[in-house]
Design a protein around this ligand. Structure first.
Ligand SMILES: [Zn+2]
Length: 272
């Protein structure tokens, strides 16, 4: 699936590197990921989530608080998967969902799916590659995806930056896009604990240019966070983290436990 970010030629693995026909060479890190982010595509020296952010998200997700979402994503992927299919997780973070999807695909005999996770954060790709050997991980931007045109059967975009044009380019004809969005009441009690006047999340129109909407599956539940560490980790994963003032952060620091609703929608689209 991978192509050279310098010339666009197909990359093939040779020992501990990926090489293109023009012999551009990209070394595979010890953990197994390959860095395909060229310096002209970097907007900073260390783009994407830093190590601390990645670690805190990994800690939270590894406790399976969002397992209902992971399960719904896996069953959606399996519905559209076919033998030898190629699956790209565009903006995979530390690979929690990529690993679950890879495990679900590998549990089926003869599926032989090729799974690739991309993230612009080197720390994220490093953690993801340590997490599972059932997928290949690469450091790359979702705005310049280093995979060939019309090479993916399924693309997942899970809370990642959105670049519809690139996803349309890499999807095969009739390829499937799977996204997850928070529903109105997602983390409602967490917001009530922090804000005097919390607002429900805004759920946007499902329409996406270039795609046919196939359906939405609602996932909801309640999670109990037994310690402040988990509450803080969850809050740091949300967009509210950056919008909250000192008073909100202080309220959060004083919480020892929290029960909160979670809610997502898994949206499925077909490229048209
Ligand atoms: Zn090349």
């Amino acid at each position: 699936m991978l192509i050279c970010p310098k010339c666009g030629g197909a990359l093939s693995r040779e020992g501990k590197s990926f090489l293109c026909p023009q012999r551009h060479c990209f070394d595979i890190a010890k953990s197994g990921y390959v860095n395909l982010l060229t310096s002209d595509r970097m907007n900073s020296a260390l783009p994407g989530d830093n190590k601390l952010m990645v670690q805190s998200r990994k800690k939270f997700l590894d406790k399976d608080y969002y397992k209902p979402l992971a399960d719904a994503l896996c069953s959606t992927v399996l519905r559209y998967a076919q033998s030898g299919c190629t699956v790209l997780d565009a903006g995979c973070g530390e690979g929690y969902y990529t690993e679950k999807i890879a495990a679900a695909l590998n549990s089926l005999n003869g599926m032989n799916a090729e799974i690739l996770g991309l993230d612009i954060s080197k720390s994220a790709a490093d953690y993801a590659a340590r997490r599972t050997k059932s997928a290949q991980f690469a450091v790359a931007s979702v705005f310049h995806i280093p995979v060939g045109t019309e090479s993916c059967h399924i693309v997942t975009s899970l809370f990642a930056p959105w670049c519809g044009e690139e996803i349309l380019r890499v999807l095969k004809k009739d390829g499937i896009l799977i996204m997850a969005i928070p529903s109105e009441r997602h983390l409602w009690q967490l917001k009530c604990a922090v804000y005097d006047e919390p607002y429900p999340n805004e759920v946007k129109d499902y329409k996406l240019d270039g795609f046919e909407f196939l359906g939405a599956e609602k996932v909801s539940g309640e999670i109990f966070l037994p310690c402040n560490e988990d509450i803080a980790a969850l809050f740091s994963m949300t967009p509210y983290f950056y919008k909250t003032g000192a008073e909100g952060h202080r309220r959060l620091e004083n919480l020892d436990s929290l029960t909160t609703e979670i809610g997502f929608e898994v949206l499925t689209y077909r490229k048209v």
